[in-house]
Design a protein around this ligand. Sequence first.
Ligand code: TRP
Length: 456
Amino acid sequence: MSKASSRSTWSNRWAFILVTIGSAVGLGNIWKFSYIAGASEGSVGVFIVVYMACVALIGLPLLMAEILIGRRGRGNPVAAMLNTAKESNNSSWWALLGWVGIFGALMILSFYSVVSGWMVDYFWQYLVKGVQVNTPEETRVAYEAMMADPRRLVFWHTVFMVLTAGVVARGVVSGIEIANKIMMPLLFLILILLTLWGAVAGDMPAALRFMFNLKIEAVKPGVVIDGMGHAFFSLSLGMGAIMAYGSYVDKQTNIGHTCLWIAVVGALIGLLCGAAIFSLTFGYGLTPSTGPGLILQTLPLAFSDMPGGRVFAIFFFLLVIFAAWTSSISLLEPFVSWLTERFGIRRAFAAWGTALPVWLLGVAVCLSFNEWAEFKVLGRILFEVLDQLATRFMMPLSGLAIAIYVGWRLGKVIVVDEIQLKQRTFTLWFNVLRFVVPVGITLVFLYELVLRDWFG
Ligand code: TRP
Protein backbone atom coordinates (compact mmCIF):
# COMPACT_ATOMS: atom_id res chain seq x y z
CA MET A 1 0.00 0.00 0.00
CA SER A 2 3.03 2.20 0.20
CA LYS A 3 3.02 2.23 -3.57
CA ALA A 4 -0.13 4.31 -3.74
CA SER A 5 1.15 6.34 -6.64
CA SER A 6 1.97 3.32 -8.76
CA ARG A 7 -1.42 1.66 -8.30
CA SER A 8 -3.42 1.17 -11.45
CA THR A 9 -6.65 3.04 -12.05
CA TRP A 10 -9.41 2.30 -14.53
CA SER A 11 -9.12 4.27 -17.77
CA ASN A 12 -12.23 6.30 -16.98
CA ARG A 13 -15.54 6.34 -15.16
CA TRP A 14 -17.30 4.26 -17.81
CA ALA A 15 -14.67 1.59 -17.62
CA PHE A 16 -15.34 1.33 -13.91
CA ILE A 17 -19.10 1.18 -14.42
CA LEU A 18 -18.60 -1.50 -17.05
CA VAL A 19 -16.35 -3.75 -14.95
CA THR A 20 -18.60 -3.42 -11.93
CA ILE A 21 -21.66 -4.33 -13.98
CA GLY A 22 -19.53 -7.13 -15.37
CA SER A 23 -18.92 -8.34 -11.85
CA ALA A 24 -22.55 -7.96 -10.85
CA VAL A 25 -24.17 -9.60 -13.85
CA GLY A 26 -23.31 -13.25 -13.88
CA LEU A 27 -24.52 -16.71 -13.10
CA GLY A 28 -26.44 -15.04 -10.30
CA ASN A 29 -28.81 -13.41 -12.76
CA ILE A 30 -29.11 -16.25 -15.19
CA TRP A 31 -28.62 -19.49 -13.34
CA LYS A 32 -29.16 -18.71 -9.66
CA PHE A 33 -32.03 -16.28 -10.01
CA SER A 34 -34.09 -18.58 -12.15
CA TYR A 35 -33.43 -21.62 -10.04
CA ILE A 36 -34.15 -20.01 -6.68
CA ALA A 37 -37.21 -18.29 -8.07
CA GLY A 38 -38.34 -21.57 -9.58
CA ALA A 39 -37.68 -23.39 -6.32
CA SER A 40 -39.72 -20.94 -4.29
CA GLU A 41 -42.74 -21.87 -6.34
CA GLY A 42 -45.84 -20.32 -4.98
CA SER A 43 -43.88 -17.54 -3.37
CA VAL A 44 -41.76 -16.37 -6.30
CA GLY A 45 -43.37 -12.95 -6.11
CA VAL A 46 -42.29 -12.57 -2.51
CA PHE A 47 -38.76 -13.63 -3.38
CA ILE A 48 -38.59 -11.11 -6.21
CA VAL A 49 -40.12 -8.26 -4.23
CA VAL A 50 -37.76 -8.89 -1.31
CA TYR A 51 -34.90 -9.05 -3.81
CA MET A 52 -35.80 -5.75 -5.46
CA ALA A 53 -36.45 -4.01 -2.16
CA CYS A 54 -33.08 -5.22 -0.90
CA VAL A 55 -31.30 -4.04 -4.05
CA ALA A 56 -32.74 -0.55 -3.58
CA LEU A 57 -32.65 -0.17 0.20
CA ILE A 58 -29.67 -2.30 1.19
CA GLY A 59 -27.66 -3.09 -1.94
CA LEU A 60 -27.34 0.38 -3.43
CA PRO A 61 -26.27 2.09 -0.18
CA LEU A 62 -23.80 -0.71 0.54
CA LEU A 63 -22.41 -0.58 -2.98
CA MET A 64 -21.50 3.04 -2.35
CA ALA A 65 -20.07 2.25 1.07
CA GLU A 66 -17.86 -0.52 -0.31
CA ILE A 67 -16.50 1.59 -3.13
CA LEU A 68 -15.91 4.38 -0.65
CA ILE A 69 -13.76 2.15 1.55
CA GLY A 70 -11.81 0.80 -1.42
CA ARG A 71 -11.10 4.19 -2.90
CA ARG A 72 -10.28 5.86 0.41
CA GLY A 73 -8.12 2.96 1.54
CA ARG A 74 -6.30 2.68 -1.80
CA GLY A 75 -5.52 -0.95 -1.48
CA ASN A 76 -6.75 -4.52 -1.50
CA PRO A 77 -9.69 -5.17 0.87
CA VAL A 78 -7.48 -5.98 3.87
CA ALA A 79 -5.25 -2.94 3.35
CA ALA A 80 -8.19 -0.68 2.56
CA MET A 81 -9.87 -1.62 5.83
CA LEU A 82 -6.62 -1.17 7.74
CA ASN A 83 -5.83 2.19 6.15
CA THR A 84 -9.28 3.63 6.67
CA ALA A 85 -9.46 2.27 10.22
CA LYS A 86 -6.14 3.92 11.01
CA GLU A 87 -7.17 7.19 9.43
CA SER A 88 -10.37 7.28 11.47
CA ASN A 89 -8.79 6.04 14.71
CA ASN A 90 -10.67 2.78 14.72
CA SER A 91 -9.41 -0.60 15.85
CA SER A 92 -7.42 -2.56 13.31
CA TRP A 93 -9.76 -5.45 14.05
CA TRP A 94 -11.96 -4.00 11.36
CA ALA A 95 -9.50 -5.50 8.90
CA LEU A 96 -11.19 -8.79 9.71
CA LEU A 97 -13.87 -7.67 7.31
CA GLY A 98 -11.28 -7.55 4.58
CA TRP A 99 -10.15 -11.07 5.43
CA VAL A 100 -13.66 -12.45 5.39
CA GLY A 101 -14.05 -10.80 2.00
CA ILE A 102 -10.95 -12.09 0.27
CA PHE A 103 -11.40 -15.64 1.55
CA GLY A 104 -15.16 -15.63 1.11
CA ALA A 105 -14.74 -14.59 -2.50
CA LEU A 106 -12.46 -17.57 -3.12
CA MET A 107 -14.99 -19.85 -1.48
CA ILE A 108 -17.68 -18.60 -3.84
CA LEU A 109 -15.30 -18.90 -6.78
CA SER A 110 -14.76 -22.60 -6.06
CA PHE A 111 -18.37 -23.54 -6.80
CA TYR A 112 -18.97 -20.67 -9.19
CA SER A 113 -16.32 -22.05 -11.47
CA VAL A 114 -17.88 -25.51 -11.35
CA VAL A 115 -21.28 -24.20 -12.40
CA SER A 116 -19.65 -22.07 -15.08
CA GLY A 117 -18.03 -25.27 -16.24
CA TRP A 118 -21.49 -26.77 -16.89
CA MET A 119 -22.17 -23.82 -19.15
CA VAL A 120 -18.92 -24.31 -21.06
CA ASP A 121 -19.76 -27.98 -21.40
CA TYR A 122 -23.16 -27.24 -22.96
CA PHE A 123 -21.66 -24.55 -25.15
CA TRP A 124 -19.11 -27.02 -26.44
CA GLN A 125 -21.74 -29.68 -27.07
CA TYR A 126 -23.83 -27.30 -29.15
CA LEU A 127 -20.77 -26.08 -30.98
CA VAL A 128 -19.39 -29.45 -32.03
CA LYS A 129 -22.41 -31.66 -32.42
CA GLY A 130 -25.62 -29.90 -31.56
CA VAL A 131 -27.93 -31.28 -28.91
CA GLN A 132 -31.19 -32.79 -30.01
CA VAL A 133 -33.64 -33.42 -27.23
CA ASN A 134 -37.33 -33.89 -27.75
CA THR A 135 -38.79 -34.53 -24.33
CA PRO A 136 -38.26 -33.10 -20.85
CA GLU A 137 -37.16 -36.60 -19.93
CA GLU A 138 -34.30 -36.46 -22.42
CA THR A 139 -33.02 -33.12 -21.19
CA ARG A 140 -33.10 -34.43 -17.65
CA VAL A 141 -31.18 -37.54 -18.59
CA ALA A 142 -28.60 -35.46 -20.45
CA TYR A 143 -28.15 -33.17 -17.47
CA GLU A 144 -27.90 -36.01 -15.01
CA ALA A 145 -25.37 -37.78 -17.19
CA MET A 146 -23.11 -34.74 -16.94
CA MET A 147 -23.59 -34.41 -13.19
CA ALA A 148 -22.79 -38.07 -12.65
CA ASP A 149 -19.49 -37.81 -14.47
CA PRO A 150 -16.82 -36.30 -12.19
CA ARG A 151 -14.17 -36.23 -14.90
CA ARG A 152 -16.34 -34.25 -17.21
CA LEU A 153 -17.24 -31.78 -14.45
CA VAL A 154 -13.63 -31.38 -13.38
CA PHE A 155 -12.45 -30.92 -16.96
CA TRP A 156 -14.73 -27.96 -17.68
CA HIS A 157 -14.21 -26.51 -14.23
CA THR A 158 -10.50 -26.56 -15.01
CA VAL A 159 -11.03 -24.83 -18.34
CA PHE A 160 -13.00 -22.12 -16.64
CA MET A 161 -10.46 -21.56 -13.87
CA VAL A 162 -7.76 -21.19 -16.50
CA LEU A 163 -9.84 -18.56 -18.31
CA THR A 164 -10.36 -16.66 -15.07
CA ALA A 165 -6.80 -16.78 -13.82
CA GLY A 166 -5.54 -15.93 -17.29
CA VAL A 167 -7.34 -12.58 -17.23
CA VAL A 168 -6.49 -11.70 -13.64
CA ALA A 169 -2.85 -12.54 -14.31
CA ARG A 170 -2.76 -9.86 -17.00
CA GLY A 171 -3.61 -7.13 -14.56
CA VAL A 172 -6.23 -4.55 -13.90
CA VAL A 173 -6.31 -2.48 -17.06
CA SER A 174 -4.87 -4.78 -19.70
CA GLY A 175 -6.61 -7.85 -18.26
CA ILE A 176 -9.81 -7.11 -16.38
CA GLU A 177 -10.79 -3.91 -18.15
CA ILE A 178 -10.16 -5.18 -21.66
CA ALA A 179 -11.94 -8.46 -21.04
CA ASN A 180 -15.00 -6.54 -19.88
CA LYS A 181 -14.87 -4.11 -22.75
CA ILE A 182 -14.99 -6.94 -25.22
CA MET A 183 -17.47 -9.19 -23.47
CA MET A 184 -20.00 -6.84 -21.96
CA PRO A 185 -21.29 -5.21 -25.18
CA LEU A 186 -21.66 -8.65 -26.74
CA LEU A 187 -23.49 -9.80 -23.66
CA PHE A 188 -25.97 -6.91 -23.91
CA LEU A 189 -26.57 -7.68 -27.56
CA ILE A 190 -27.20 -11.38 -27.04
CA LEU A 191 -29.40 -10.69 -24.05
CA ILE A 192 -31.64 -8.35 -26.05
CA LEU A 193 -31.96 -10.96 -28.77
CA LEU A 194 -32.81 -13.59 -26.18
CA THR A 195 -35.47 -11.44 -24.58
CA LEU A 196 -37.01 -10.63 -27.96
CA TRP A 197 -37.08 -14.29 -28.78
CA GLY A 198 -38.60 -15.04 -25.39
CA ALA A 199 -41.33 -12.50 -26.12
CA VAL A 200 -42.01 -13.88 -29.58
CA ALA A 201 -41.72 -17.62 -29.07
CA GLY A 202 -42.30 -17.96 -25.36
CA ASP A 203 -45.11 -17.05 -23.05
CA MET A 204 -44.15 -13.67 -21.61
CA PRO A 205 -47.47 -13.01 -19.86
CA ALA A 206 -47.19 -16.34 -18.04
CA ALA A 207 -43.60 -15.50 -17.10
CA LEU A 208 -44.59 -12.15 -15.67
CA ARG A 209 -47.56 -13.64 -13.85
CA PHE A 210 -45.23 -16.23 -12.37
CA MET A 211 -42.59 -13.69 -11.35
CA PHE A 212 -44.91 -11.15 -9.80
CA ASN A 213 -47.42 -13.43 -8.18
CA LEU A 214 -47.57 -12.21 -4.59
CA LYS A 215 -49.10 -14.97 -2.56
CA ILE A 216 -47.96 -14.05 0.93
CA GLU A 217 -49.61 -17.03 2.57
CA ALA A 218 -47.58 -19.42 0.45
CA VAL A 219 -44.22 -18.12 1.63
CA LYS A 220 -41.86 -20.99 2.24
CA PRO A 221 -39.07 -20.95 4.82
CA GLY A 222 -35.92 -19.47 3.36
CA VAL A 223 -37.61 -17.36 0.71
CA VAL A 224 -37.10 -14.04 2.50
CA ILE A 225 -33.47 -14.65 3.40
CA ASP A 226 -32.87 -15.96 -0.10
CA GLY A 227 -34.32 -12.77 -1.54
CA MET A 228 -31.93 -10.71 0.52
CA GLY A 229 -29.00 -13.04 -0.07
CA HIS A 230 -29.64 -12.84 -3.77
CA ALA A 231 -29.53 -9.04 -3.70
CA PHE A 232 -26.06 -9.36 -2.16
CA PHE A 233 -24.95 -12.07 -4.52
CA SER A 234 -26.16 -10.36 -7.64
CA LEU A 235 -24.53 -7.07 -6.71
CA SER A 236 -21.29 -8.82 -5.70
CA LEU A 237 -21.54 -7.29 -2.24
CA GLY A 238 -19.86 -8.03 1.04
CA MET A 239 -16.94 -10.06 -0.29
CA GLY A 240 -14.37 -7.43 -1.06
CA ALA A 241 -14.90 -7.65 -4.81
CA ILE A 242 -16.45 -4.22 -5.14
CA MET A 243 -14.00 -2.88 -2.58
CA ALA A 244 -11.10 -4.12 -4.68
CA TYR A 245 -12.57 -2.65 -7.86
CA GLY A 246 -13.32 0.56 -5.97
CA SER A 247 -9.69 0.89 -5.01
CA TYR A 248 -8.82 1.44 -8.68
CA VAL A 249 -11.28 4.33 -9.02
CA ASP A 250 -9.82 7.79 -9.40
CA LYS A 251 -10.75 10.79 -7.31
CA GLN A 252 -12.81 12.44 -10.05
CA THR A 253 -15.42 9.70 -10.29
CA ASN A 254 -18.69 10.46 -8.54
CA ILE A 255 -19.46 7.38 -6.49
CA GLY A 256 -23.16 8.12 -6.02
CA HIS A 257 -24.06 8.51 -9.67
CA THR A 258 -21.89 5.61 -10.68
CA CYS A 259 -23.55 3.28 -8.21
CA LEU A 260 -27.01 4.24 -9.33
CA TRP A 261 -26.04 3.13 -12.82
CA ILE A 262 -24.63 -0.11 -11.59
CA ALA A 263 -27.58 -1.06 -9.40
CA VAL A 264 -30.23 -0.10 -11.93
CA VAL A 265 -28.57 -1.76 -14.91
CA GLY A 266 -27.67 -4.81 -12.82
CA ALA A 267 -31.19 -5.35 -11.52
CA LEU A 268 -32.70 -4.65 -14.92
CA ILE A 269 -30.51 -7.22 -16.61
CA GLY A 270 -31.43 -9.68 -13.89
CA LEU A 271 -35.14 -9.19 -14.41
CA LEU A 272 -34.73 -9.33 -18.19
CA CYS A 273 -32.89 -12.62 -17.96
CA GLY A 274 -35.58 -13.97 -15.66
CA ALA A 275 -38.39 -12.84 -17.94
CA ALA A 276 -36.68 -14.33 -21.00
CA ILE A 277 -35.89 -17.65 -19.35
CA PHE A 278 -39.31 -18.09 -17.76
CA SER A 279 -41.20 -17.14 -20.87
CA LEU A 280 -39.29 -19.80 -22.79
CA THR A 281 -39.85 -22.23 -19.93
CA PHE A 282 -43.61 -21.67 -19.94
CA GLY A 283 -43.87 -21.26 -23.68
CA TYR A 284 -42.56 -24.79 -24.06
CA GLY A 285 -44.78 -26.18 -21.34
CA LEU A 286 -41.99 -26.87 -18.85
CA THR A 287 -42.00 -26.49 -15.08
CA PRO A 288 -39.64 -24.01 -13.46
CA SER A 289 -38.91 -25.94 -10.29
CA THR A 290 -36.09 -28.30 -11.16
CA GLY A 291 -33.27 -26.98 -8.94
CA PRO A 292 -29.75 -25.92 -9.92
CA GLY A 293 -30.10 -27.62 -13.30
CA LEU A 294 -33.10 -25.50 -14.25
CA ILE A 295 -31.79 -23.67 -17.28
CA LEU A 296 -29.94 -26.74 -18.51
CA GLN A 297 -33.05 -28.88 -18.19
CA THR A 298 -35.49 -26.49 -19.76
CA LEU A 299 -33.77 -24.38 -22.37
CA PRO A 300 -32.35 -27.18 -24.56
CA LEU A 301 -35.91 -28.22 -25.29
CA ALA A 302 -36.73 -24.71 -26.39
CA PHE A 303 -33.59 -24.65 -28.53
CA SER A 304 -34.48 -27.93 -30.21
CA ASP A 305 -37.82 -26.54 -31.14
CA MET A 306 -36.81 -23.22 -32.63
CA PRO A 307 -35.56 -22.64 -36.17
CA GLY A 308 -31.81 -22.06 -35.99
CA GLY A 309 -31.99 -23.25 -32.42
CA ARG A 310 -28.48 -24.59 -32.42
CA VAL A 311 -26.97 -21.25 -33.38
CA PHE A 312 -29.17 -19.60 -30.84
CA ALA A 313 -28.04 -22.04 -28.16
CA ILE A 314 -24.41 -21.36 -29.00
CA PHE A 315 -24.99 -17.64 -28.53
CA PHE A 316 -26.97 -18.18 -25.38
CA PHE A 317 -24.26 -20.22 -23.70
CA LEU A 318 -21.67 -17.78 -24.92
CA LEU A 319 -23.64 -15.08 -23.11
CA VAL A 320 -23.72 -17.09 -19.93
CA ILE A 321 -20.01 -17.82 -20.16
CA PHE A 322 -19.14 -14.16 -20.70
CA ALA A 323 -21.35 -13.11 -17.81
CA ALA A 324 -19.83 -15.75 -15.55
CA TRP A 325 -16.30 -14.96 -16.67
CA THR A 326 -16.46 -11.23 -15.92
CA SER A 327 -17.86 -12.13 -12.49
CA SER A 328 -15.38 -14.83 -11.60
CA ILE A 329 -12.57 -12.42 -12.40
CA SER A 330 -13.90 -10.17 -9.66
CA LEU A 331 -13.96 -13.08 -7.23
CA LEU A 332 -10.29 -13.86 -7.81
CA GLU A 333 -9.03 -10.28 -7.91
CA PRO A 334 -9.40 -9.35 -4.21
CA PHE A 335 -7.12 -12.14 -2.99
CA VAL A 336 -4.64 -11.68 -5.81
CA SER A 337 -4.38 -7.95 -5.16
CA TRP A 338 -3.74 -8.72 -1.50
CA LEU A 339 -0.95 -11.16 -2.37
CA THR A 340 0.75 -8.81 -4.79
CA GLU A 341 0.53 -5.77 -2.53
CA ARG A 342 1.29 -7.46 0.74
CA PHE A 343 4.18 -9.63 -0.39
CA GLY A 344 5.27 -7.98 -3.60
CA ILE A 345 4.61 -11.21 -5.49
CA ARG A 346 4.36 -10.93 -9.27
CA ARG A 347 0.74 -10.70 -10.35
CA ALA A 348 0.83 -13.62 -12.75
CA PHE A 349 2.36 -15.82 -10.12
CA ALA A 350 -0.17 -14.70 -7.52
CA ALA A 351 -3.09 -15.30 -9.87
CA TRP A 352 -2.10 -18.85 -10.80
CA GLY A 353 -0.99 -19.64 -7.26
CA THR A 354 -4.37 -18.62 -5.90
CA ALA A 355 -6.29 -20.38 -8.63
CA LEU A 356 -4.74 -23.72 -7.73
CA PRO A 357 -6.19 -24.25 -4.22
CA VAL A 358 -9.50 -22.78 -5.35
CA TRP A 359 -9.50 -25.24 -8.21
CA LEU A 360 -8.90 -28.08 -5.73
CA LEU A 361 -11.85 -27.06 -3.61
CA GLY A 362 -13.83 -26.91 -6.83
CA VAL A 363 -12.84 -30.50 -7.58
CA ALA A 364 -14.37 -31.46 -4.24
CA VAL A 365 -17.50 -29.59 -5.29
CA CYS A 366 -17.61 -31.60 -8.53
CA LEU A 367 -17.38 -34.79 -6.52
CA SER A 368 -20.12 -33.67 -4.13
CA PHE A 369 -22.62 -34.24 -6.95
CA ASN A 370 -21.67 -37.85 -7.48
CA GLU A 371 -18.93 -39.85 -5.74
CA TRP A 372 -19.23 -37.93 -2.47
CA ALA A 373 -22.93 -37.23 -2.60
CA GLU A 374 -23.54 -39.05 0.69
CA PHE A 375 -21.34 -36.66 2.65
CA LYS A 376 -23.81 -34.14 3.93
CA VAL A 377 -23.81 -31.40 6.52
CA LEU A 378 -27.31 -30.54 7.75
CA GLY A 379 -28.66 -32.47 4.80
CA ARG A 380 -26.65 -30.46 2.31
CA ILE A 381 -23.91 -31.54 -0.06
CA LEU A 382 -20.67 -29.52 -0.17
CA PHE A 383 -21.91 -27.46 -3.10
CA GLU A 384 -24.97 -26.34 -1.15
CA VAL A 385 -22.99 -25.79 2.03
CA LEU A 386 -20.58 -23.40 0.31
CA ASP A 387 -23.31 -21.59 -1.56
CA GLN A 388 -25.67 -21.14 1.38
CA LEU A 389 -22.93 -20.31 3.85
CA ALA A 390 -21.76 -17.50 1.60
CA THR A 391 -25.09 -16.22 0.33
CA ARG A 392 -27.25 -16.56 3.39
CA PHE A 393 -24.72 -15.70 6.06
CA MET A 394 -21.35 -14.29 5.08
CA MET A 395 -22.53 -11.70 2.60
CA PRO A 396 -25.40 -10.24 4.66
CA LEU A 397 -23.35 -10.30 7.86
CA SER A 398 -20.40 -8.59 6.32
CA GLY A 399 -22.81 -6.14 4.69
CA LEU A 400 -24.13 -5.40 8.17
CA ALA A 401 -20.61 -4.77 9.41
CA ILE A 402 -19.81 -2.50 6.46
CA ALA A 403 -22.95 -0.44 7.13
CA ILE A 404 -21.97 -0.02 10.77
CA TYR A 405 -18.39 0.81 9.85
CA VAL A 406 -19.15 3.47 7.25
CA GLY A 407 -22.34 4.69 8.90
CA TRP A 408 -21.14 4.92 12.47
CA ARG A 409 -17.37 4.54 12.77
CA LEU A 410 -15.63 6.14 9.85
CA GLY A 411 -16.62 9.67 10.69
CA LYS A 412 -18.59 12.08 8.60
CA VAL A 413 -15.59 14.05 7.37
CA ILE A 414 -14.16 11.12 5.44
CA VAL A 415 -17.57 10.02 4.21
CA VAL A 416 -18.57 13.46 2.96
CA ASP A 417 -15.20 13.85 1.31
CA GLU A 418 -15.63 10.62 -0.66
CA ILE A 419 -19.33 10.78 -1.53
CA GLN A 420 -19.87 13.90 -3.57
CA LEU A 421 -23.63 14.17 -3.51
CA LYS A 422 -25.94 17.11 -3.01
CA GLN A 423 -26.74 17.71 0.63
CA ARG A 424 -30.24 16.23 0.54
CA THR A 425 -29.32 13.13 -1.42
CA PHE A 426 -26.32 12.61 0.80
CA THR A 427 -28.38 12.81 3.98
CA LEU A 428 -30.88 10.38 2.55
CA TRP A 429 -28.17 7.87 1.62
CA PHE A 430 -26.32 8.25 4.90
CA ASN A 431 -29.41 7.72 7.00
CA VAL A 432 -30.48 4.73 4.99
CA LEU A 433 -27.01 3.28 5.50
CA ARG A 434 -27.04 3.99 9.23
CA PHE A 435 -30.54 2.83 10.03
CA VAL A 436 -32.36 1.04 7.25
CA VAL A 437 -29.52 -1.28 6.22
CA PRO A 438 -28.60 -2.66 9.69
CA VAL A 439 -32.21 -2.89 10.82
CA GLY A 440 -33.29 -4.47 7.55
CA ILE A 441 -30.59 -7.13 7.61
CA THR A 442 -31.27 -7.90 11.27
CA LEU A 443 -34.99 -8.19 10.69
CA VAL A 444 -34.51 -10.65 7.85
CA PHE A 445 -32.29 -12.76 10.08
CA LEU A 446 -34.71 -12.64 12.97
CA TYR A 447 -37.57 -13.52 10.70
CA GLU A 448 -35.86 -16.54 9.18
CA LEU A 449 -33.83 -17.80 12.10
CA VAL A 450 -36.25 -17.21 14.92
CA LEU A 451 -39.65 -17.36 13.34
CA ARG A 452 -39.01 -20.10 10.87
CA ASP A 453 -37.37 -23.40 11.06
CA TRP A 454 -35.56 -23.68 7.78
CA PHE A 455 -32.47 -25.25 9.22
CA GLY A 456 -34.03 -28.70 9.23
N1 TRP B 1 -22.53 -11.04 -8.87
C1 TRP B 1 -22.10 -12.22 -9.53
C2 TRP B 1 -23.29 -12.95 -10.11
O1 TRP B 1 -24.40 -12.53 -9.96
C3 TRP B 1 -21.32 -13.13 -8.64
C4 TRP B 1 -20.23 -12.43 -7.95
C5 TRP B 1 -19.16 -11.87 -8.49
C6 TRP B 1 -20.12 -12.21 -6.57
N2 TRP B 1 -18.37 -11.30 -7.55
C7 TRP B 1 -18.95 -11.48 -6.37
C8 TRP B 1 -20.92 -12.55 -5.51
C9 TRP B 1 -18.57 -11.09 -5.09
C10 TRP B 1 -20.54 -12.15 -4.25
C11 TRP B 1 -19.39 -11.42 -4.03
O2 TRP B 1 -23.14 -13.94 -10.72
